[in-house]
Design a protein around this ligand. Structure first.
Ligand SMILES: Nc1ncnc2c1ncn2[C@@H]1O[C@H](COP(=O)(O)OP(=O)(O)OP(=O)(O)O)[C@@H](O)[C@H]1O
Length: 273
């Protein structure tokens, strides 16, 4: 089975800087929800830009669904990979929410007769259909990010990269975006691969797999259940454990097994009884 993304022996340095990535390897499977974490400057956004062909790497190769990234394949690969960025205010071009989703479709020369159904389906998927005629600047941060996701989804990508897409949101907006990611994952299964770059360990803990970067090196690549047991090692990399795991460690539990606050709360309530 072809992987969604294969990165092999990648070397990249910004002009006049030392090598950030050197012999870097990473495989992302089809349908996976992969989180990429790491301290500021560890290379997360650069990796996303390299996958999208926004930066030219020096050595190695990147393949998306078996297609090697090159000048010839760039347009085809960008059609497969959608990206949602950190700042919800920098992602709008349309006067209304519906116009905004239409913009990407127009760029792809989708016939105008086909557009309304595609816009409606994408907005419904992120639960923003009721806001179709709203001006984007009147939306909350979480709603704006969900519209940004709809604009990407309308183009039917097979990979979506979210680069700190919840970082500027309040807790409610963040939860709404995470709920949308979970729903998309459930709806599309292996047809949609999610790469979520984040500083938020609660968010990372929801992924199938977490990759930890440290100065362009891949230092951990494993399931959140095992990664977040490494409290001290993570601290040394400038990362924390999700709250539920940290509390279980503080309580002296040898094998913390409750990933979410909800699971932990349920367990604590059984103790009270
Ligand atoms: N345009 C650029 N020119 C030169 N160096 C850059 C450029 N962009 C990023 N860098 C450097 O490359 C390294 C990796 O940056 P990158 O933005 O990929 O990290 P990050 O893990 O996404 O960080 P953050 O969590 O702060 O967003 C950092 O040392 C950064 O200073």
């Amino acid at each position: 089975m072809t992987d969604a993304i294969t990165i092999k022996n990648l070397t990249y340095s910004y002009p006049d800087q030392g090598e950030l990535f050197k012999g870097f390897d990473l495989t992302v499977q089809k349908g996976e929800w992969l989180s990429i974490v790491g301290h500021n400057g560890s290379g997360k956004s650069t990796l996303a830009k390299l996958i999208l062909g926004l930066l030219d790497f020096d050595k190695g190769h990147i393949s998306v669904f078996g297609k090697k990234l090159s000048e010839e394949t760039l347009a085809a690969i960008r059609a497969e990979v959608g990206m949602v960025f950190q700042n919800p205010d920098n992602q709008f071009v349309g006067a209304t929410v519906a116009d905004d989703v239409a913009f990407g479709l127009e760029n792809r020369q989708v016939p105008s007769l086909e557009m309304p159904a595609k816009i409606e389906a994408a907005l419904r998927q992120v639960e923003m259909l009721d806001y179709a005629e709203r001006e984007p600047h009147t939306l909350s941060g979480g709603q704006k990010q969900r519209v940004a996701m709809a604009s990407v989804l309308a183009l039917q990508p097979r990979v979506i990269i979210l680069d700190e897409a919840t970082a500027m949101l309040d807790p409610e907006g963040k939860q709404a975006v995470l709920k949308t990611i979970k729903e998309l994952k459930a709806a599309y299964q292996e047809k949609l691969t999610m790469i979520v770059i984040t500083h938020d360990m609660e968010e990372a803990a929801l992924a199938d797999r977490v990759v930890v970067l440290d100065d362009g090196q891949l230092v951990y690549d494993e399931a959140p259940e095992t990664l977040f047991l490494k409290g001290h090692a993570l601290q040394e990399l400038g990362l924390t454990q999700p709250f539920a795991m940290a509390l279980q460690s503080a309580l002296g539990l040898q094998n913390p097994s409750y990933q979410s606050k909800q699971e932990l709360a349920t367990w604590l309530s059984t103790l009270k009884a």
